[in-house]
Design a protein around this ligand. Sequence first.
Ligand SMILES: [Zn+2]
Ligand SMILES: [Zn+2]
Length: 246
Amino acid sequence: MKVKVLGTQSPYSTEGHHCPGFLVTKGETKILLDCGSGINSLLNFPEDLKNLNIIISHLHRDHYSDLFNLFYASAVFKRQGRLNDKINVYLPSTPELTYKDICSEKDSYANIDVINQDKEIKINDIKITFSKNDHPVETYSVKITDGKKTIVYTSDVSYSSKDKLVKFSSNADLLISEASLLVSHGFPEICNHLTAKQAATIAKDANVKKLVLTHFWPEENLDRYLDEAEEVFDNVFVAIEKMIIE
Ligand SMILES: [Zn+2]
Ligand SMILES: [Zn+2]
């Protein structure tokens, strides 16, 4: 499995930096984890629409706003005869108004399915499972495994979900964790997001092999996230757009 970093910051995109998106590929199969604003610019159209499965971890706009343009592109490429199979989109069913808005999009060539705590998606030899997080809307961490390697993407999560997340990501080869905050930002320990230190603590307690931090505040220096995480966990990197993780 290979991971291409498409978007690493929130809540808005800036030149060369996009809202959340990670493209996992194995052979012909593609799994797009979140579809934040700007990430379409790093996809190859229409090739990347083929065998594409999109997982939207939660319905906060920084995680799904490029989905509408991608839908529209799928409809156009279908009309042009350049896309034969529908893309598959998996997302939570709440908040209901947002969910219905996405499902009601007519200019699209997509199947839509709901995710929940018990959902299991199988694509060839790949299995995808979910763990519900504490966050202001229905939000899931996502685990992708092919039986040999395991990738866990935390999505947005409060540190109150720590124990659950440690269990879910136990012994993973790669943990892609949000690290929206730094300890020096002064937020309470339990809020809607993780600090880099909390992400590193989860990685350490879960005994993961590698930690990649993401979901950065656009005005913050990335070295500060790295420095804070390295105090707790050694094998840590900051995600940067276009980076490929083998
Ligand atoms: Zn977010
Ligand atoms: Zn969120």
